[in-house]
Design a protein around this ligand. Structure first.
Ligand SMILES: [Zn+2]
Length: 133
């Protein structure tokens, strides 16, 4: 089994892969967060944009997502806290740390508080607040 990139302890096949393939839709904000991390590891730009709220997509470019995704060596994801974001909510926040090394081989901890919204049953990433380490 390939352990899922998101550090869930599950296999990739039974965790984030079905979301990336579009076979399943995340039920919780945390699942969406985890799958977006896995999408960065896989440099799946299409999934990153698809799961970004339509009103916010204009702030992201496929080229810059691809560059960040592929120039980084993704190490692990740590979920620090979640608030709401369950299958019965329509809003939620996830605080996480993503550990990676950048193109200069520097270790980076990306600490972010992310906001998610659910519309017509689909969770979207709305925006993130990056915390200083
Ligand atoms: Zn996963």
């Amino acid at each position: 089994m390939t352990p899922c990139y998101c550090n869930s302890g599950l296999s990739f096949e039974s965790c984030c892969e079905p979301f990336l393939l579009g076979d399943k839709t995340p039920e919780t904000a945390e699942q969406l967060m985890r799958s977006r991390y896995s999408a960065y590891v896989e440099a799946d730009v299409r999934y990153i944009l698809k799961t970004t709220h339509p009103s916010k997509r204009k702030y992201y470019s496929a080229a810059s997502i691809k560059k960040w995704a592929t120039s980084s060596k993704w190490i692990r994801l740590e979920i620090i806290a979640t608030e709401k974001g369950s299958a019965t909510d329509d809003k939620g926040t996830v605080t996480f740390k993503a550990y990676y090394s950048n193109e200069h081989n520097q270790s980076i901890v990306h600490h972010e508080h992310s906001y998610f919204v659910k519309e017509k049953g689909i969770w979207y990433f709305l925006e993130g607040e990056v915390k200083e380490e």
